[in-house]
Ligand binder design. Structure first.
Ligand code: ZN
Length: 195
């Protein structure tokens, strides 16, 4: 019934996290009904993205061609504070609070079945290397989601951090168990992160 190319594209969309097969079909058929200009823009932007994508050498946040992202290269940021987040969206949520002035380290996921564990493992190794080299870091804010799924990652990070004499702040106050950083209301999050 379906053209093989349609099937391949739908399978690709279906492989996105939290997108099920039904949603993949819907998104695909939605896309087909958009005007040519939008469709072409989509392809062009993705092409540029794929060809120029890089990840910051220091924090792992995605960049376009740059070795170091805008946050890490900003001389106004406090280099003694490092906030560890599981996902890129958590970094964005914390940045939107406009209170935190330190630096970040993005793990890139949790230790979940659908996420690329190699990336997480590589980044944990990188975190260790960074803390060995970077003597500016005096305080770490561990801003991982308060979910059961995040527990293996939390334990692993705490194990790594215990090898260094760095103060670790773990948000407690007011964050409900099961809370994803991006869904916590801004005031609660500010208080929990001590911002
Ligand atoms: Zn960076």
């Amino acid at each position: 019934m379906l053209n093989p190319l349609f099937k391949k594209i739908i399978q690709l969309i279906d492989s996105f996290p939290e997108i099920g097969p039904r949603q993949a079909w819907r998104l695909f058929f939605w896309f087909l009904k958009q005007d040519k200009k939008l469709q072409k823009q989509f392809v062009e932007y993705f092409q540029v993205l794929v060809e120029n994508l890089n990840f910051c050498n220091l924090c792992n946040f995605p960049t376009l061609n740059e070795e170091i992202c805008l946050i890490c290269s900003d001389i106004r940021r406090n280099k003694s504070q490092l906030c560890i987040v599981a996902r890129e969206t958590d970094l964005i949520t914390i940045e939107e609070l406009k209170r935190y002035k330190g630096l970040y380290f993005v793990i890139g996921g949790l230790l979940l079945p659908f996420e690329n564990k190699n990336i997480v493992k590589e980044r944990l190794e990188k975190l260790k290397e960074r803390l060995v080299k970077d003597k500016n870091v005096k305080e770490i804010i561990l801003a991982l989601p308060f979910t059961k799924e995040a527990e293996p990652l939390r334990k692993e990070i705490i194990r790594i951090l215990s090898q260094f004499k760095i103060e670790i702040k773990t948000p407690k106050k007011g964050i409900p168990t099961g809370g994803e950083i991006e869904f916590i209301d801004p005031d609660t999050l500010k208080e929990a992160l001590g911002l």
